[in-house]
Each structure stands twice: as C-alpha cells, then as structure tokens.
Design a protein around this ligand. Structure first.
Ligand SMILES: Nc1ncnc2c1ncn2[C@@H]1O[C@H](COP(=O)(O)OP(=O)(O)OP(=O)(O)O)[C@@H](O)[C@H]1O
Ligand code: SF4
Ligand SMILES: [Mg+2]
Length: 324
C-alpha cells in the first residue's frame, strides 16, 4: 500500500477581526471571528496529485498556507513524513522547509521585484546549505532555468522583464530549487492568460512526474482537476464535504454540493442529475449549527439545520451528509 506523505487531522484556522471602535462602543458586540478552516481532515499519498476544490472564499488557500506553516494552525495535526509539524516553531521547521514548497496563485505578487531572478533561485540553495558555495548554486540555478525553458542569460533580469507565464515558470523553478518531496500549488495558473495556462500546467505536471513529486493542487477549473488528479476533496465554508477517487467524485458525486458544483461547471460532460446551485455561501463569521450547505441544499431534510453531519466513510470515499 502506498504510504501517506501528509496527514492533516482536525485542522482549524480562524482569523480574529476587530470591529471599528464606534461600532464596538455602540453595539457592545464582540470582535468577529472568521472561521476559515473547520476541522479539516485528509491524507495525501506519496506520488499522487490530491486536489482541493471549492468556491471562492471556502478556505482552500488558508488550508494550504496553514499546512506549509506560513500561518500557525489554531488546532489539529499536520503530520508530514511521520512527524507532526503543527506545533513546531520557525527554528524547528527549518529542516522541513526545503522538503515542502509552495507555488503561489499570483506570479506578479509572489516574486520580489527588486531581486534578479537568478539570485532568487540561488537564495534557498545557499540558505539551506543545499549548495556548498555560489558556484554550485549557480550551476543548479542554470539547470533549473533550463528545466523551465529559460536561458541562462535571463538570470540577470528582474521579474518585471518577464511575461506572466514566464514569471509563473520562475515561481515553479524557485519551488523546485530545494528538490522538495511535496509541493502545494495554490491555483498556479488562475492569474495567467488563458493562452498560457495549459503550457504552464503541462510544464508543472511533466516536472512532477519526472521528479516523482507529490502535489496538493488547488484549483477552480474542474476540467483541469479532473485531468490531473488522483483524488479530490470538495470544500464548502471551511469544511470538507466529500472526498474520494477522481472518477468516483466526477462520475457519481454523493454530496448534494458536489453534484451542484459539477453541474454548474460548463466544461464538464454531465452524467448525473442536475442540481442547481442557488443563493449565497453563508458568512464564515457565523457558522450554521447544522449542515454548512443547508441554506442552499435542494435535498435538505428536518435535521439538517440543527445537526452537523460528520465526514463518514461510504463505499471507499468520505461524505458529510445526513442522506448518505
Ligand atoms: N489574513 C486573513 N485575515 C482575515 N480573514 C482572512 C484572512 N485570510 C483569509 N481570510 C478569510 O478566510 C476565508 C477563506 O479564505 P481563503 O483565501 O482561504 O479562500 P479560498 O478558498 O482560497 O478563496 P479563493 O478561491 O478566492 O482563492 C475567507 O472568508 C477570507 O476572507
Ligand atoms: S446534510 Fe442535509 S442539507 Fe446538508 S447536504 Fe445533506 S441533505 Fe443537504
Ligand atoms: Mg485562494
């Protein structure tokens, strides 16, 4: 059986936002809490592409940023290669940093505009002692530029001198510089022009296969998710509502939200009953006591508003719905 490289268990993340001074005085209301990630549990097997899917604001990026420990988790365990990294401080995390890397959503904001791209790729190699000296780091940097289809002479340029697609290639090179085992790709092509999205995605998937990487992939585009994933988790209002093998999820979704999400995707061939997705996602400030999807669910029954369904095993997948 394939080993788990990552196990996320009961992960909780929230943000406290203070109310404006006058509102606090007049309403005596307490500060607000944005419940972004609610007891999220899943595992990623070595070598697979595991995709996290859901509408905007459902907590995908926050989950990703918490897993790579860019933000501290409030609760839960993040077991990477057998060790719980949830409670480690920045110094204790240092040995893990080269092995878990992240490719960010926005290649325009994620590269330092004042740093030449060659230096940017060499920096983690020197910092983590992966390259013994600048000469070795330089050789590895040129190898990485070649891998992403750029020339060595472009190493002396700044990020603004590259196109969006090239910048995201540079983001990929920087993430791969330390030879990670696990890469979290947060909507890596969504900020790019449609004409270059496929190129960058293909490059990423080629490199993934060549280097034997495991990937946690976050995306909006369900046709892409269907194309590249081994397993998929569907997220709604910070909860995972369904998780399973790619074909099970796409061919026979069990959770009403998964059905609605797939039915709403214009690019997918529909093999299931059409469930319309109406209304808005509830506010993450006040989580419903019952099922998170109850306000929009066409199949809602009496207990749905009061009792939150737990994520349970059902025929090789996990589903959180009272009807399943
Ligand atoms: N630093 C922060 N401070 C306060 N609230 C935040 C912060 N980061 C995220 N949030 C809130 O947490 C919730 C989840 O946001 P997140 O960015 O994780 O969603 P997402 O699924 O990645 O959305 P998108 O698909 O638009 O990228 C949102 O309600 C968002 O406003
Ligand atoms: S638990 Fe109820 S409201 Fe929630 S998805 Fe299932 S049927 Fe719909
Ligand atoms: Mg996001």
């Amino acid at each position: 059986m394939t080993k788990n490289i990552l196990e996320v268990d009961g992960l909780v993340q929230y943000f406290d936002r203070s109310r404006p001074f006058l509102e606090r005085i007049l309403t005596r209301a307490r500060d607000m809490r944005v419940h972004a990630v609610n007891r999220v549990t899943f595992d990623v097997k070595e070598g697979e592409v595991f995709s996290l899917v859901g509408e905007s604001g459902c907590g995908k990026s926050t989950t990703a940023r918490t897993i790579v420990r860019l933000i501290d988790p409030k609760e839960g365990r993040i077991i990477f290669e057998g060790q719980d990294i949830a409670g480690l401080d920045q110094r204790q995390l240092l040995p893990f940093r080269p092995r878990i890397q992240m490719i960010f959503q926005n290649p325009y904001a994620s590269l330092d505009p004042r740093q030449k791209v060659g230096e940017m790729i060499m920096e983690p190699l020197l910092f983590h002692g992966i390259a013994a000296n600048r000469k070795e780091a330089n050789a590895r940097m040129i190898e990485l530029l070649d891998m992403i289809g750029l020339h060595p002479e472009q190493a002396g340029r700044y990020p603004h001198q590259f196109s969006g697609g090239q910048r995201q290639r540079l983001g990929i090179a920087r993430a791969l510089a330390t030879s990670p085992r696990f890469v979290v790709a947060d909507e890596p092509v969504s900020a790019l022009d449609v004409s270059v999205q496929a190129q960058v995605l293909n490059l990423m998937m080629d490199l993934r296969e060549r280097l034997g990487l495991t990937c946690l992939f976050i995306a909006h585009d369900l046709s892409v998710v269907r194309h590249i994933s081994d397993r998929v988790a569907i997220m709604y209002l910070g909860f995972i509502v369904e998780q399973g093998n790619r074909d099970d999820i796409f061919d026979a979704p069990l959770h009403p939200y998964t059905e609605a999400l797939l039915a709403a995707a214009p690019s997918l061939e529909k093999r299931f009953i059409h469930v319309p997705l109406f209304g808005d996602v509830p506010s993450p400030l006040n989580l419903p006591t019952g099922c998170a999807f109850a306000s929009r669910c066409p199949r809602r029954i009496g207990r749905c508003r009061d009792e939150r369904p737990q994520l349970r095993e059902s025929g090789g997948r996990r589903v959180a719905c009272h009807l399943v």
